[in-house]
Design a protein around this ligand. Structure first.
Ligand code: DQA
Length: 386
């Protein structure tokens, strides 16, 4: 797989240009990292940078025979319809990347005229955004994916992957983590989605409004509910078995997965897989995890709005009422294992059927990385739920 990484104006200056915003990595170092990330993924990378719009357009055209483009158009992002049209004309999967959190800067930076022709947009992750963009392109190539809009908002989309065979296929609804913040998106679960699809699950890897982009407990929960019920619309055409819909959530997505089962009407959730879930919002708030991620998501402290926490915190809504598979790593530094352990114990006490695994020597992201033994364990357990 051959990918072209294109950087636009002023990105030749990263490393010295506003390091508090763009970091200390030089373009040369970034390009070297891209080559090595690509090699790890079994891909190769050609790199290009220019400060000139026409040169960027020529390079996009020349990428016609590649399998994907990663592009950071710099300030052209915000107004170059010519670059937008070039991406559309070439028609190969393209990921838009920004080093900084453009959604949290000046209003004019929040506008992108290229997003609508890109497969996805990654921002605010520093230079690791380029790594994630490469991963995304590789995952897109690994299994056909259909991106479906389930609602009117920008984040009301999901990626559907259908396994081989006639079906009806059991469905895994994937809810990504990232402390409900908008710098993290569903591409985090691309590789897990591909692996589960290879194992025979239809996967519906959904996006939803997040903090910083119109999200917060109420809007985010509503989006997840809408993403779930949209399955009804395309179940028949894709041979989905809506009697077997498992919600799989990681970290903050674990909270969403558990809560989706509490409130589910149609289709009903038949089991929840909660990977290092934030199952107790009050405990997580007390622990201050994710730089007060819970406070930002709930927009109130528990003392200020106990009712809100009673509604949204899974541990306050036990029993969940469907089989629960809960897996955590004892070396998780994002969501302490104690939160998952406590939640699993309480759920069992309240009558839920719980399978709980605390994996030794495992951290947070291993649980969703198909390259790890932790994921193999997770996937084998998920397969038992089909
Ligand atoms: C940028 C953001 C743009 O607004 C800016 O003009 C850039 C870099 C980023 O990577 O964060 O040059 O694309």
């Amino acid at each position: 797989m051959r990918i072209v990484v294109i950087n636009g104006p002023n990105l030749n200056l990263i490393g010295m240009r506003s390091p508090e915003i763009y970091g200390s990595t030089s373009l040369e170092e970034l390009n070297a990292s891209c080559r090595s990330w690509a090699a790890d993924l079994g891909a190769t990378v050609d790199t290009f940078q220019s400060n000139h719009e026409g040169d960027l357009i020529d390079r996009i055209h020349a990428a016609r025979d590649a399998h994907g483009i990663v592009i950071n158009p710099g300030a052209f992002t915000h107004y170059s319809y010519a670059i937008r049209d070039a991406i559309e004309a070439v028609g190969i999967p393209t990921v838009e990347v920004h080093i900084s959190n453009v959604k949290d800067r000046e209003p004019w930076r929040q506008i992108s005229v290229v997003s609508d022709v890109c497969a996805t947009t990654i921002f605010g992750r520093g230079i690791t955004g380029y790594r994630d963009a490469l991963r995304h392109l590789v995952a897109r190539a690994a299994w056909p994916v259909e991106t479906i809009e389930y609602g009117p908002d920008q984040d009301n989309v999901g990626d559907l992957r259908i396994p081989h065979g006639p079906g009806p296929h059991p469905v895994a609804v994937l809810l990504h983590g990232g402390f409900w913040r908008n710098t993290v998106a569903r591409d985090l679960l691309d590789a897990a989605a591909v692996d589960l699809t290879e194992r025979g699950w239809a996967t519906w890897n959904v996006e939803f409004a997040r903090v910083g982009g119109g999200g917060g407990w109420r809007a985010t929960t509503a989006d997840v509910a809408a993403a779930l019920s949209s399955l009804i619309e395309f179940a028949q055409g894709h041979h989905l078995d809506l009697d077997r819909v498992v919600a799989v959530g990681h970290g903050s997505g674990g909270q969403l997965a558990l809560q989706s089962a509490v409130g589910s009407d149609e289709p009903a959730i038949s089991a929840v897989v909660a990977l290092a879930p934030i199952g107790d919002l009050e405990a997580a708030h007390r622990a201050g995890i994710g730089a007060d991620a819970v406070g930002a998501f709930m927009r109130r402290a528990p003392e200020q709005s106990p009712e809100r926490y009673a509604t949204a915190s899974p541990i306050r809504n036990l029993p969940i009422g469907v089989p629960l598979l809960i897996v955590t790593g004892d070396e998780d530094d994002r969501v302490p294992a104690s939160i998952s352990r406590e939640f699993a114990g309480r759920a069992a006490d309240e009558g839920d059927t719980v399978v709980y695994h605390e994996l030794e020597g495992v951290g947070h992201n291993e649980l969703i990385d198909p390259a790890t033994q932790a994921w193999t364990k997770v996937a084998e357990e998920i397969d038992r739920l089909r």
